[in-house]
Design a binder for this molecule. Structure first.
Ligand SMILES: Cc1cc2nc3c(=O)[nH]c(=O)nc-3n(C[C@H](O)[C@H](O)[C@H](O)COP(=O)(O)OP(=O)(O)OC[C@H]3O[C@@H](n4cnc5c(N)ncnc54)[C@H](O)[C@@H]3O)c2cc1C
Length: 408
């Protein structure tokens, strides 16, 4: 048997799993990771750029630098996956594999939203790209009053806490500039509230009310009208705006759909517990590329990588992959420059109050706005570049731990 593992995408998930596999497997296993460029972006930082909390120039680093020696890093466009032949084709090469890990992520496609391109960069902006976040920083600086609407165009989208964080930070930002009384802030979402999970949604909804932020739920975007400055839902409801910040429609990478491996919107149908591709042997999926019903978040990709390394090792040793993954997700929710909340949940357990990661000690508090959580959010960037990407273990299981959580 040849011994080849190919990892598609060297973003958060792909880098973590390549390094983690390299740490666990002997040299005879060849590990190849492929990405279209050498620019690794720390995506959580894009939330801070519009508010001048972080410079965009600090967010991008060389992927190569974070990939361990002994891993073959290829810069090329992946054009086709053939799970029958166990072969991946790129623009310039082809690669056979014994195990494949798909971690091609997802991306925004503003062209998919009717009318959006006419308003794009004029009165409609996004912070879901470096260029967009930079442009928005400039526009927010010039904004001296009116209605700021944040709209989530469609589900699913990446980082479900980012929209509520954005409007909380907008509240902080306009207060700091002394013009909060001149700015109306509204979050318009297809969800039933501020977040995907009802209990956390109620907590964030209450915080939004205290900050005088309107949340308009169940709004399915039909059209952006940049000329008359409103968004319209499929049901015909119109919401006017002066500045629109939008998370456009999000899809998986084309290579997934063009290889006939997707669920209709570019995501790979994936076993929610083993993380195997449902229709293909020896193919695993992690991060934003999966269709598993949990957050599309870096923390999730990290937990999933641990599970997939375990399951690939199991298959190598002739045993069956185990149903380990429980949808575990951990996310800070920034409330202002200086305070943050934190949630920790899985497929079944909603975010609960309590302490994290050490029961009773924390230092972080769950579902609560604290300064310690803010420092946790800032420290997370260091952890990301130096520990998580390196595929090192945090000493915590990839699944949710109930110790420290207040039940009832
Ligand atoms: C504004 C914002 C804030 C966020 N905040 C947080 C946060 O606070 N906490 C958190 O946990 N998560 C956060 N996230 C989400 C997090 O960044 C992503 O969920 C995470 O990066 C997903 O990892 P991934 O490996 O699945 O995808 P990515 O990291 O996006 O990597 C996918 C890689 O695949 C490559 N690729 C795709 N298709 C091809 C192809 N055909 N050929 C070659 N290469 C290809 C891409 O170039 C890319 O490098 C945030 C995201 C955004 C946008």
């Amino acid at each position: 048997m040849s011994k080849k593992i190919v990892v598609l995408g060297a973003g958060t998930g792909g880098t973590i799993i390549s390094n983690n596999l390299r740490r666990h497997l002997p040299e005879e296993w060849e590990i190849t990771v492929i990405d279209r460029d050498d620019k690794h972006i720390y995506q959580p930082g894009m939330l801070f750029v519009p508010f001048d909390i972080q410079k965009s120039s600090t967010l991008t680093r060389s992927r190569k630098k974070y990939i361990l020696p002994g891993i073959n890093f290829v810069i090329d466009e992946i054009t086709r996956i053939d799970p029958e032949k166990r072969e991946v084709t790129t623009k310039n090469h082809s690669f056979s594999y014994d195990f494949l890990v798909i971690s091609t992520g997802c991306k925004i496609v503003p062209e998919e939203n009717d009318g959006l391109m006419d308003a794009w960069g004029k009165n409609a902006f996004t912070f879901y790209s470096i260029e967009g976040a930079d442009q928005l920083r400039q526009k927010l600086k010039e904004f001296d009053g009116g209605k700021l609407v944040l709209n989530i165009a469609e589900l699913p989208f990446k980082c479900p806490v980012a929209p509520i964080e954005f409007v909380f930070l907008a509240d902080w930002y306009f207060k700091k500039r002394g013009i909060r009384n001149k700015v109306e802030i509204e979050l318009v979402t297809p969800l039933t509230g501020a977040f995907t999970k009802p209990k956390a949604s109620a907590v964030f909804g209450e915080s939004a009310r205290e900050k005088n932020i309107t949340i308009t739920p169940k709004f399915e975007l039909n059209e952006v009208n940049g000329k008359e400055k409103y968004i319209e839902s499929i049901q015909g409801d119109k919401i006017p705006y002066d500045m629109l910040v939008i998370i456009p429609t999000t899809i998986g990478d084309e290579v997934i759909s063009e290889s006939g491996m997707d669920d209709g919107i570019g995501y790979v149908p994936t076993n929610i517990n083993t993380l195997q591709a449902l229709k293909h042997e020896r193919v695993y999926v992690i991060g934003d590329a999966t269709n598993v019903p949990t957050s599309k978040a870096g923390s999730v990709a990290h937990y999933e990588a641990d599970v997939v390394v375990f399951n690939i090792m199991s298959e190598i040793h002739g045993t069956k992959p185990e149903e380990i993954f429980d949808g575990h997700s951990t996310c800070f929710i920034v409330y202002s420059k200086g305070t943050s909340s934190l949630i920790d949940f899985n497929y079944k357990i909603e975010p609960l109050p309590g302490k994290f990661p050490l029961p009773h000690m924390g230092p972080f508090s769950l579902l609560k706005e604290t300064k310690a959580n803010w420092y946790g959010k800032l420290g997370f960037e260091w952890l990301y570049w130096n520990v998580l990407l390196a595929g090192k273990h945090l000493g915590m299981p990839p699944t949710l731990v109930m110790a420290g959580k207040e039940v009832g």
